[in-house]
Design a protein around this ligand. Sequence first.
Ligand SMILES: C[S@@+](CC[C@H](N)C(=O)[O-])C[C@H]1O[C@@H](n2cnc3c(N)ncnc32)[C@H](O)[C@@H]1O
Length: 462
Amino acid sequence: MLALIDEHPTSDAIALDPDQLHPSPFSLTIYGDPAAEVDDLIASIREHGILVPLVVAAPGPEPKTWEVISGHRRLACAQAIGMVEVPCQVRQIPEGEARRTAVLEYNRQRRKTFSQLMREADALEQLWGAQARARRRANLLGSDHTECRNSDDRTTGTGRTDAAIARHLGLGGKDLYRQARTLWRMAASGDARAQSGVDQIDRGTRTIHAAYKDLRRRDRFGSDFRPTPYDVWTFRHDRAFGIPHPGSIPPALVAHTLHYYTAPGALVVDPMAGGGTTLDVCQSMGRRCLAYDLHPVRPEIHPHDVRLGLPPEAQGADLIFCDPPYHTMLAARYAPDSIAMAPLSGWMEFLHDLARHAFAALRPGGYLALLLAAQTEKDIPAGFGYIDHAFLGYEAARRAGFQPERRISCPMDGAYLPQHVRRARTEGRLLGQVRDLLVMRRPSRSMEGEPFDLASAGNGSV
Ligand SMILES: C[S@@+](CC[C@H](N)C(=O)[O-])C[C@H]1O[C@@H](n2cnc3c(N)ncnc32)[C@H](O)[C@@H]1O
C-alpha cells in the first residue's frame, strides 16, 4: 500500500498556521478525537516544538485549507498551546479513496485500541470491496482495462479478505479476526454485553478470544444446567453474564433461584439490577425479566428508585430477586444517592419499605429472594461484633406478611485480596464471608391474613 502513497508528489516542509489546517473527517471516525490522547505529547511539544512535520493534502481552490493526513495529535497539541505555525509536508493526494487509504497507511504503526482496529477493518472491507468490484467490471470490459485486471486480488473470496485484513491489522489469523468481527458487529447492534467486551479489550483487561467465548456461553444455563441439590451455593463469577459492576454476583446464584422458585416463562423482577446478571440469566433460562436501577448502566435496565415502590408493569411478578448494596460495605463505589450510603436506621427502614413494596407487587404465592451479607469489617455499632443483615431482612419481610421459604448460604468467594488475608492472619481476626439468600413467599390467597408465627403454627402444619 505504501506504493499508493508514494505515487503522490510531496513538497519540502513548509510552515502553516494551525488555523489553515483541518482534521481528516475519515481519521476522526476511525481513531476518534485526537485531543483526548495528547497528555503524553503536549509536554514534549511545549519543550521541543514539533520535530516531525505533519503530512497534509494540498488544498482545493477555495476555501484554502489543508486536510491533515497524518499528525492529528500534533495539531491538537499545537492548538492547545497556541502555536502560530506548524511544520507540514504537503502531498498531492486526491480526495476520496486515495486520501482514505493514505490515512490508514500513515497510521499503520500507531498503537491502536481494539475499537480503532475494528473501525479500520470496516474501512478496509469497504475500500477493498470497491476495488474488487472495479476489477471485476474491468475484467468484463476486456483488455482496455488491463491495469485494473492485473492488480493484486486479496479481496477475491470472503476467506481471503478476512485473512488479508487480519494480516494487515496484525490480528493473527482469519479465525481470530472473525471472532473479533462477530463481537464488534454485536456491539454495533446495541448488545450491551458485546459492548462491554469491546470496552474490556480496549482497556487491555480481556482478550478477543475470551470476550468471544463469553458470547458463546450465554445460553449455558439453558442448555447445560446441573443444579446443586444442596442449600449451600458457592459459585464463581462468570463474565458471560452481566457486565462488570461493583458488587456483581455469580450468575449461578440467580440460575439456582430461578430453577427452584420459578417456572419457564415466569416474570422475574430485579429492582437493583447493577450490571444485569439477573437479566442475562433470565434470558438464558427462558424467564421474562424486568430490570431497574437507580443508575442503569445498560439500555435494558430502566431507571427507577425502588424506594418509590415497583412500577406498574412489575405488578403480578412471580419472583423479585433483589441484591441490595450491603449497607455501607463497598459504599464508596456506588452513587451518593444510593441506599448504600444510608445510616443503619435508614437502611433498616429501607429493608422494611422494600419488603412492603415487594409484597404488593408479587402475585399471591410469588417469592422474594433477598441476598444479604453479614457485616463484619466496618461501621459496626459499639458493642456489636457484627450486623446480621439477613436477620434484619427476615424481620422486615415477616412484618410485611411474607412466609419464610428457605435460607440458603451463599459464601462470598474471593471477596478479599491476598494482603487482607495476610493482615487478618497476623492480627488474629476472622474475615466475614457469610452471605445468605433469604427466600420468602407471599402467602397464597387462601392463607392471606392468617396469623403466621411459629407458636401458632403447630407441628408440621406450616
Ligand atoms: C450490589 S449492586 C447489584 C449488582 C447486581 N446483582 C449484579 O450482579 O451486577 C446494587 C445496585 O443497587 C442500586 N441501587 C442502590 N440504591 C438504589 C435504589 N434506591 N433504587 C434502585 N437501585 C438502587 C445500585 O445502583 C447498584 O447498582
